[in-house]
Design a binder for this molecule. Structure first.
Ligand SMILES: N[C@@H](CCC(=O)N[C@@H](CS)C(=O)NCC(=O)O)C(=O)O
Length: 288
């Protein structure tokens, strides 16, 4: 019962984040494939999901094609009614639908002016009137949803509504955009959310920077808690013989707190170096 999901560069593809989070947050088995934006391989990788034209795209275990982030979300909510992707309470569920559909169809000025980039924050970004209008709209609909649900998430517990707003929340943080205190707290919740944190750790290491997302502004530190210091090392021996993620033999190593740990491939090692605390399996090894 495993889905296949094609996404693009985790640092930049905001729609991909929306496609991946439902699987991660609601523990739905998925095999993730990664393609690259602005690269010849993008079309080749998509060919296996024809006639889809964009990422994310998923294939359900029975072969159904899900060619849009909303289609993925909708399908998973129906296929896994007991996993809480949407609130059970009818009023909260309707609120979630309203929020999801408005995000899917809207906020074009904010999205165009502030492309998602999880590798940096930017100093000195100046919002146009149109971007400020989008922010005012977010202040209103987030503020009303949080007041109605009681928070901390839009529909009380984490749901597809929050999945859909995760990329916008990161933009507010990384472009230093002004929102109400209530919305700022909501943005912070996204930055600390464990699945988002894992996505970002992978996004920091899953390919070179994409020049398309260069803003011509000064860079600022990413507005999240600093990662525990760790770095890659050329060789072991390591304290562990088996990779904490796959259980396979270790071939790639990192050093943290003067200790060496091994992983079964460079990506597993590098995503751990990027943010060790994002990975419970590794932290169990480190602290266990
Ligand atoms: N409606 C789609 C939009 C997806 C989308 O535009 N994805 C971008 C990547 S973030 C893409 O595939 N761009 C490549 C292209 O448009 O050729 C969804 O929500 O899934």
């Amino acid at each position: 019962m495993t889905y296949t999901l094609l996404i693009a560069d985790r640092a930049y593809s905001s729609w991909s984040l929306r496609g991946w989070l439902p699987f991660a947050a609601f523990d739905i088995p998925v095999k993730t494939q990664v393609t690259r934006l602005y690269d010849d391989r993008f079309q080749q990788d998509l060919a296996g999901f024809a006639p889809a034209r964009t990422v994310p795209v998923a294939r359900a275990p029975e072969g159904l094609l899900l060619s849009d982030s909303l289609a993925i979300a909708w399908h998973l909510a129906e296929a896994f009614p007991d996993k809480g992707l949407l609130p059970a309470d009818p009023a909260l569920r309707t609120q979630a639908m309203n929020l999801i559909t408005e995000m899917h169809a809207g906020f074009g000025h904010l999205r165009a002016a502030c492309p998602m980039n999880l590798r940096t924050a930017w100093a000195g970004f100046e919002s146009s009137d149109e971007v400020q209008a989008d922010l005012a709209r977010l202040d209103r609909i987030w503020g009303e949803a949080l007041a109605a649900s009681g928070g901390p998430w839009l529909c009380r517990t984490y749901s597809l509504a929050d999945v859909f707003y995760a990329p916008v929340a990161t933009r507010i943080a990384t472009y230093g955009l002004t929102v109400t205190e209530t919305c700022r707290t909501y943005v912070e919740a996204h930055l600390h959310e464990p699945n988002f944190r894992r996505w970002r750790a992978m996004g920091l290491v899953d390919g070179p920077d994409q020049s398309f997302y260069e803003m011509g502004l000064d860079r600022a530190p990413f507005p999240a808690p600093p990662a525990l210091p760790a770095h890659a090392v050329d060789a072991g021996p390591s304290e562990n013989a088996a990779c904490p993620y796959s259980g396979g033999p270790v071939t790639d190593f990192l050093e943290i707190e003067g200790r060496v740990f091994g992983f079964c491939n460079p990506f597993c090692r590098d995503k751990t170096v990027a943010d060790p605390e994002a990975w419970p399996e590794f932290m169990a090894l480190l602290r266990g």
